[in-house]
Design a protein around this ligand. Sequence first.
Ligand SMILES: *Cc1c(COP(=O)(O)O)cnc(C)c1O
Ligand code: SF4
Length: 328
Amino acid sequence: MKMLENETELIRSGIKPPFKITPHWESLLNGRLDDPLRIQVVPSLQEKLRDKAERDDPLGELSHSPLPRLIRRYRDRALVVATGRCALYCRHCFRRRISGDSDISRDQIQNIAQWLGANRDVMELIISGGDPLMLPHKALLYLMDECRRFRPDIVLRLATRIPIVDPARISRRFIAALGRRRPLWMLIQTNHPRELSAASLRFFGQIQRCGIPMLNQSVLLKGVNDDVNILEKLCRDLVAAGVKPLYLFQGDLAEGTAHFRLPLEEARQLVDNLRSRLGGLAMPNFAVDLPDGGGKVPLAPNHILSDDEHGWLLRTPDGVEGYYPKEG
Ligand SMILES: *Cc1c(COP(=O)(O)O)cnc(C)c1O
Ligand code: SF4
């Protein structure tokens, strides 16, 4: 891949997250400097700019951490940071403060397993990172099994970008081992339709045949997918591949990511436009994470135009108006 001089300089200077790319991702590039896939992984001088709204820990995760590597922002869901490592590092990553950090230890896993046993209102554990599929596969299965030790009922959600950035990394045997650990959901991150390569689609098929449902989250990124036609194609291609688009996120206020963010009002208009084109299966929830850890806020439009004593005047996303009566 051709690099500009200032990019090479940034990489040499030890920028965080470090520059890292997979041969698979490199094979998807189109050779242009403004390639939406290239700009997701190659460091840019714009990362040196700091906005005063940006923070090191944009979601306030450190203050919602009852144990090392465990984040609990909701009563019923918790998230474990299995590692800081990823197959490639996304320049827009909001957990960039931990990029490259070590894997979870056996002791930390034991402590989390005990904690889950004592916190029975937690019904779902999200295994995230970094990318949990970077763990040695035995270590990841150990993590899953230990977390079920006192909580055989817990639902697991594996959040990973490996199926998109390095699909050949995962063996059929390992996929079968995941299939024996249901209820398990797989949440991937895809931001541009060109990321859905033939190898990734084959991988999705294997995962789905093991009974693991797949979901996708995307980040709204300037120069990557801030275009309604691209977002529409991405969502339709995901649905065709059996993957439900779950979230489209407004960029978080992570340091050095301002060049990727759209003003929220512009983002809303883009998403409203998308909503007028897609049905419920293909349309992701547009959400923004509150800085300092409040949680995700879905930014849905208000479809109620007015109401009176007889009922409500409503409007569908594609503009049809209708009256829904009050009863009694
Ligand atoms: C996103 C997130 C969740 C999951 O929230 P959902 O609404 O179920 O997707 C849970 N915990 C943390 C810390 C999160 O960031
Ligand atoms: S794969 Fe996820 S955790 Fe890793 S760099 Fe990309 S966004 Fe961050």
